[in-house]
Design a protein around this ligand. Structure first.
Ligand SMILES: Cc1ncc(COP(=O)(O)O)c(C=O)c1O
Length: 499
């Protein structure tokens, strides 16, 4: 019955569209869930049975199931199979042919599209409460606000009418020059200022890349575990996400499945988000060779490289690229403040005109007076001083957190370890694979602290457990006070696991 429905849906999709088979099956399964043919909580036939019934290869079936799991439609239960998630609403045909959600008899207003459901089914904004240890959040209290206000006032006073229009040239020229100078010296990026496109941040940079360099249904290889912001930008552009595992040397490009050749490969090589792994040199070369073999673009998200506390500086992946396939992106969210909404994308010379034009057509960029103030902030050395002060602050907080976690690390029974503490605003405390890290994060939240379960960032794998812990946001005194509470909660979990 189910296979008949899937086959007829696939026939329909295959006839009208040049969609690859795994994508047809993905669409057919999604339709089956939304139409209630596969209800919430229902178990999916095994991939082997589905492959046999539909006369497809097992790889094709597994790819479709993986994509639906990544998007939150399906969930695997260890040892018992794959189930339709409880959060998938049923949208069944109503009496007059119109579709209705669940058992309601009328079409509810404002219902989300299937894409909207996928985008909101995992990791939504309500999870993002900011308290001590929230990862990825900087401390804005130390930011030189008065100086910044003065600069902004000055540039608003000097503003001429053109500065109030949309911008067609990729951003305010002196800011693009300042960014290029910084990236050349500190990140070994090969670029000229004209290659810099000022965006409203990494999210917009990713959206531009997804829309201009890939088509609906194309595959993007994404690190597993992943930065959810990136995964969602790709989902919103209709790309198929293919998770590729990360280990302590970063993404393992040879574990990407060649059956799903990537159009894009998204990586955070300097400080993998969230594990903190630094991509090793051999892996960087392997990744670039793999990308070359597939004709894929590499998207390098260098989101927190300004904060490096120990070890040699890590150069950009772009610096190793010899054939112009890496697009490099950074953000001012971590050194200035996120609400500034400014970031940058460095594109190969051959793409500059297309990106500028599309950026104008799709985003109508502006904020020239703010960009002018930021250019002066950088040129006058204020950015470098703010960075120096922040780096020192975070280094102390990081050290204090490491001290607090020391007793936990000395627990030889299960061998917890820390990764990614050399850079950025968070570290990752790795816990044994049988730990319920989500429950642990919830228990810790009851004490007014926010840490994130490492497994919540996993797209497909189930072997990674741990806590992602931020040290940027809370002042040193709070880390001193709350660090031992955090360590004690982890210790209780380890004791329970060892009992
Ligand atoms: C991996 C990664 N990239 C990018 C960003 C944010 O960039 P933006 O604020 O410019 O969108 C974050 C924020 O935490 C991040 O973790």
């Amino acid at each position: 019955m189910l296979s008949e429905f899937l086959l007829s849906e696939m026939n329909r999709l295959g006839a009208n569209d040049a969609l690859p088979l795994h994508r047809q099956l993905y669409e057919a399964l999604r339709r089956a869930m939304l139409d209630g043919k596969l209800g919430a909580g229902e178990r999916l036939p095994s991939s082997r049975d589905l492959a046999q019934d539909l006369q497809l290869s097992r790889n094709t079936v597994v790819a479709a199931i993986n994509q639906l799991s990544v998007e939150g439609y399906l969930a695997s239960r260890v040892g018992s199979g794959t189930y339709v998630n409880d959060s998938v609403p049923r949208i069944s045909p109503g009496r007059n042919g119109q579709r209705t959600a669940g058992w309601a008899s009328a079409v509810p207003p404002g219902r989300l599209s299937a894409r909207g459901l996928a985008l909101t089914s995992r990791f939504c904004a309500t999870d993002l409460e900011v308290q001590p240890f929230t990862p990825g959040i900087a401390d804005f209290s130390a930011f030189p606000l008065t100086l910044w206000q003065r600069l902004q006032n000055k540039h608003w006073r000097m503003t001429y009418p053109d500065m109030l229009d949309y911008n067609t040239s990729g951003g305010y020229a002196p800011l693009r020059r300042a960014i290029a100078d910084y990236l050349r010296v500190f990140r070994s990026v090969h670029l000229e200022a004209d290659q810099v496109i000022v965006t409203t941040g990494t999210q917009q940079s990713l959206e531009l890349c997804a829309r201009l360099l890939a088509d609906h249904g194309d595959t993007v290889w994404v690190e597993d575990p992943a930065y959810w912001g990136a995964a969602k930008a790709f989902m919103a552009s209709g790309l198929a996400i293919h998770p590729v595992p990360v280990d302590d040397q970063g993404i393992c490009p040879d574990m990407g499945d060649d059956t799903y050749p990537p159009k894009l490969i998204y990586v955070t090589p300097s400080h993998q988000y969230p594990t903190g792994a630094v991509m090793s040199l051999p892996r960087r070369h392997q990744l670039l060779a793999n990308a070359r073999r597939h004709g894929a673009w590499v998207l390098e998200d260098d989101y927190d490289s300004e904060y490096r506390f120990s070890g040699p500086p890590i150069s950009s992946l772009e610096g190793l690229d010899t054939d112009g396939r890496v697009l490099y992106m950074g953000t001012f969210s971590k050194v200035m403040y996120p609400g500034l909404k400014l970031g940058y994308l460095v594109v190969p010379k051959t793409l500059v005109d297309a990106f500028k034009q599309a950026h104008y057509d799709l985003n109508r960029p502006g904020q020239m007076p703010v960009q002018a103030a930021l250019a002066e902030f950088i040129e006058m050395g204020h950015f470098a001083s703010a960075l120096r002060r922040a780096r020192q602050n975070y280094a102390e907080r990081r050290q204090c957190l490491l001290e607090a976690l020391k007793p936990v690390l000395s627990d030889a029974r299960v061998g917890p370890s820390i990764s990614g503490a050399e850079q950025g605003l968070h570290l990752c405390l790795r816990l044994p694979a049988h730990t319920d890290d989500k429950a642990l994060a919830q228990r810790i939240a009851q004490q007014g602290l926010t840490v994130r379960a490492l497994s919540a960032y996993c797209l497909q794998r189930s072997d990674l457990k741990g806590l992602v812990i931020g040290y940027g946001y809370a002042p040193l005194a709070d880390i001193r006070r709350c660090g031992p509470l955090l360590a004690a909660a982890v210790q209780r979990e380890l004791d329970a696991a060892a009992a």
